[in-house]
Design a protein around this ligand. Structure first.
Ligand code: NAP
Ligand code: GDP
Length: 364
């Protein structure tokens, strides 16, 4: 290894082929070097997916840490699915995510990784609790029954982070995004989240002249964050945030919208003019889970979120242009190995006036 390589600090992003990881890769590849959300000199960013190592397996997880010796990890890898996938597979979501998260944190401790930010979700919060959700309310009661497996596995990360800090002094934290959408999402018809699922359904309804059917009543409310905005908030956390306390990463709680408003916006954006109805025999899931972003906004001093309609427009455009390489659940180029992916970031120059960032200094 050359001197310049040995002076580099490595940041690993797990789950980097997914919705959120692709957005972080895109931001890191496109923001200017040394800018607030860009790469910094002396950093090597490594973006991993399941084919680079199955993180359910302790040996493969440990081999990943031994190979890259990361100073920091943004841990996104997870078994992820929308309401209906979760309802069918609560045990699988519980077990796989417990295994992945336990392996990631234990190997990070063993390999002396300085910082880990794990990704939770607002479904960790109790079903019955006073709104808005805030970081202090995670453990105040059981989560909603529809996805209790995934929710409990994610909730345990907060418990683990606190225990690692108490026993070993580790700097492990967690982020709690609300519902996310954007390019590179999972557009499967059955197993995806609501926005990519409905986009794909509307796309096929328009193409085949069939009805566009939305599951449930359309009345539940959700807060959506654009994946590229979320990526910037993660990069901010990596640079600036060193507390075990989780941080909610979200648009404001006044930006809840109903599933019907989401479906209307997709119909508009896709130019669909056919029959459109709701299948009320299907579950609505949790009615709402509004989360406060006051904590991160006070720490960051504000952030300009992409308006929902603009982000939806960009996502529809990406989906239509990349249908063959998108994760549609059908046999296509994505399943045959030609999955659409953002380009790799350029290698960074070796030394940095800012490489002493408190979060990432290999000697901290
Ligand atoms: P995603 O698109 O489904 O991507 C999941 C990623 O995890 C992929 O890169 C996948 O790799 C990887 N992965 C899955 N199982 C793995 C394993 N056993 N070993 C190694 N890697 C594995 O998910 P996402 O929506 O980007 O979610 C990222 C994070 O955000 C997750 O922690 C999720 O819980 C959280 N989150 C998501 C949302 C949302 O609305 N999507 C909301 C809140 C929180 P392959 O591509 O190779 O399979
Ligand atoms: P959740 O926030 O974890 O419940 O995640 P989802 O992204 O799966 O959103 C679920 C909400 O969207 C529920 O109210 C569903 O009834 C509604 N919904 C409507 N159509 C669909 C669809 O095609 N897929 C999914 N996942 N949800 C849908």
């Amino acid at each position: 290894m050359s001197t310049s390589e040995s002076q580099q600090v490595t940041i690993v992003v797990t789950g980097a082929s997914g919705l959120v990881g692709s957005a972080i890769k895109q931001v890191i590849a496109t923001e200017p070097l040394d800018s607030p959300y860009g790469r910094r000199r002396g950093e090597r960013w490594v973006f991993l997916r399941s084919t680079d190592g199955d993180l359910r397996d302790p040996a493969q997880t440990d081999a990943m840490y031994a190979k890259y010796k990361p100073v920091a990890v943004i841990h996104l890898a997870a078994l992820v699915g929308g309401l209906f996938n979760n309802m069918r597979h609560n045990l699988t979501f519980l077990r796989e995510n417990l295994l992945i998260n336990d392996n990631i944190l234990w190997s990070a401790y063993k390999h002396n990784t300085k910082k880990v930010i794990s990704c939770l979700s607002t479904c960790v919060f109790p079903d019955k609790v006073e709104y808005p959700l805030t970081e202090a309310k995670i453990h105040l009661g059981p989560p909603h029954s529809s996805n209790f497996g995934y929710s409990h596995a994610k909730r345990m990360v907060d418990v683990q982070n606190r225990a690692y800090k108490e026993e070993f002094g580790c700097n492990f934290s967690s982020a709690i995004p609300t519902n996310v959408f954007g390019p590179y999402d999972n557009f499967d018809l059955e197993d995806s989240h609501v926005i990519p699922g409905l986009m794909h359904k509307c796309y096929l309804a328009k193409k085949n002249g069939t009805p566009f059917i939305v599951s449930g009543t359309g009345k539940p409310l959700r807060q959506f964050i654009y994946s590229l905005d979320l990526a910037k908030l993660f990069i901010w956390m990596l640079r600036e945030y060193d507390s075990v306390e989780p941080l909610i990463l979200s648009v404001g709680e006044d930006e809840e919208i109903s599933i019907k408003e989401v479906a209307d916006a997709i119909v508009r954006e896709m130019g669909f003019t056919g029959e459109y109805r709701f299948d009320t025999t299907k579950s609505d899931g949790q009615f709402r889970k509004p989360a406060s972003n006051a904590q991160i906004m006070s720490l960051m001093g504000g952030f300009k979120f992409t308006p929902f309609d603009v982000a939806l427009h960009e996502t529809v455009k990406w989906f239509e242009e990349n249908y063959d390489g998108a994760r549609t659940g059908f046999k296509n180029s994505a399943t045959e190995g030609k999955r659409a992916q953002p380009k790799e970031p350029e290698p960074t120059p070796p030394s940095s006036p800012r490489a002493d960032s408190k979060a990432l200094n290999a000697s901290t």
